[in-house]
Write a protein that binds this ligand. Structure first.
Ligand SMILES: Cc1ncc(COP(=O)(O)O)c(C=O)c1O
Length: 392
């Protein structure tokens, strides 16, 4: 029987499981879901009125509320479905700008980047005649500003050709908080023309200051730590000049009005997740950020110590700074798990231990990645001790 705290009933999660992977896909609170349902009900009750007048006005209102919550002008903010789509949209728009000036663009990612985004960058480069390279960063050592800046600098073109660097604010698989502001400052000092696209899939809701200094485009999920319904993400431009360059991947009505109106009609679709983001913000703010941070950090730290002690593994992190509410714990495996072993272990963890978590192999070591939100408590992670009994 899983124990739940006084806040767990506020989320829709199945109470027969320990849900320890909030970082994977987020989870939606009951009240936020109800708000989304009301928008969907209105769309169903009168689609003509909804799509012609109600929804467009509500979209503008939601954009203003969420932009102000981030502390940015609504003219520099657009909703996009998710971090993957938003980052690739931004990269393609910046490559198109270079192409319009008859220049070849150079795309640079890092090996700590999200696999799906790296595939997307590679494809943008192929179809747009840009170059694509990846700075090799070894987890868990290569995570400081100096080493990351120098690995990226080594890949920069010798001339001042347009260069787009995609940096994760919190790395996807490995949950490392990268010193993005310092990396941008270091690279800009020698190469002021670089454009930085920040993949901030995990930042909104978890970081007190999610926007680093000096970004050109910041893309962050709102359906993860902010607990908005899926799919909802923000694309924020760092300047009016960049905003003028942002175009959707599939332009439609409103295109001629430019950013952000060009992002507000992507055909007949379900926009209710975007419209529910203000409700998700209100939901979160029943606790101050400091309260959420204190609870979630303490749970993540307590759970990580519990599992390390039980498995007899050391903390492998050294100086590395972890995402505040996620932890990586090395699994005591004799050999690294391959993809099919990982898939089977995650499934059996759910079915046998009634617990959901993330498991991955990085550079020859296998890890379990745990997350903590307000509905979690340390004792829920005890069931994961039994993961070792399920190892192949
Ligand atoms: C850094 C990073 N980028 C992109 C993504 C993909 O997010 P989404 O599936 O919402 O696009 C993730 C997912 O965790 C991520 O961590």
């Amino acid at each position: 029987m899983i124990q739940h705290n006084q806040w767990a009933h506020l989320w829709q999660l199945d109470k027969s499981i320990a849900y320890l992977n909030h970082g994977g896909y987020g989870s939606v609170p009951v009240h936020v879901q109800e708000v989304q349902n009301t928008f969907q009900d209105r769309a169903s009750a009168n689609p003509n009125r909804w799509f012609r007048s109600e929804m467009p006005n509500l979209m503008i209102e939601a954009r203003h509320i969420v932009a102000y919550w981030f502390g940015v002008a609504p003219e520099r903010f657009a909703f996009v479905p998710n971090a993957s789509q938003g980052v690739i949209t931004a990269v393609q728009a910046l490559v198109d700008d270079a192409t319009a000036q008859k220049q070849q663009a150079h795309l640079i990612g890092t090996s700590l980047g999200y696999g799906g985004v790296l595939y997307g960058m590679q494809h943008v480069a192929t179809r747009s005649n840009a170059t694509y390279s990846v700075a090799d960063l070894v987890y868990p050592t290569d995570v400081g500003a100096d080493v990351i800046s120098s690995r990226i600098r080594a890949l920069l073109p010798a001339d001042n050709a347009p260069t787009i660097v995609v940096l994760d604010q919190i790395t996807s698989e490995t949950g490392v908080l990268l010193p993005v502001t310092e990396i941008i400052a270091s690279l800009r000092a020698t190469h002021p023309h670089i454009r930085f696209v920040i993949d901030a899939a995990h930042s909104a809701g978890m970081l007190e200051q999610p926007l680093p200094v000096g970004f050109d485009v910041w893309v962050g999920n709102l359906h993860k730590w902010l607990c908005a319904p899926r799919p909802a993400a923000a694309l924020i431009c760092g300047s009016n000049e960049i905003a003028a360059l942002m175009t959707p991947l599939a332009p439609s009505w409103g295109f001629e009005k430019g950013f952000p109106t060009s992002f507000e009609w992507q055909g007949t679709s379900d926009y209710s997740a975007y419209l529910s983001v203000p409700a998700a913000i209100t939901f979160q703010e029943q606790w101050s950020w400091a309260e959420r941070n204190a609870h979630n950090r303490a749970v993540a730290d307590g759970a990580a110590s519990l599992l390390r002690d039980a498995w007899g593994v050391t903390n492998h992190l050294g100086e590395l700074v972890e995402a505040p509410w996620m932890r990586m714990i090395r699994l005591p495996t004799t050999a690294p798990l391959d993809k099919s072993q990982i898939d089977s272990l995650i499934e059996r963890c759910g079915l046998v231990l009634n617990a959901e978590c993330a498991i991955m192999t990085v550079r020859g070591n296998s890890y379990v990645r745990i997350s903590a939100h307000m509905y979690n408590e340390v004792d829920q992670y005890e069931v994961l001790v039994g993961l070792t009994q399920l190892l192949p």
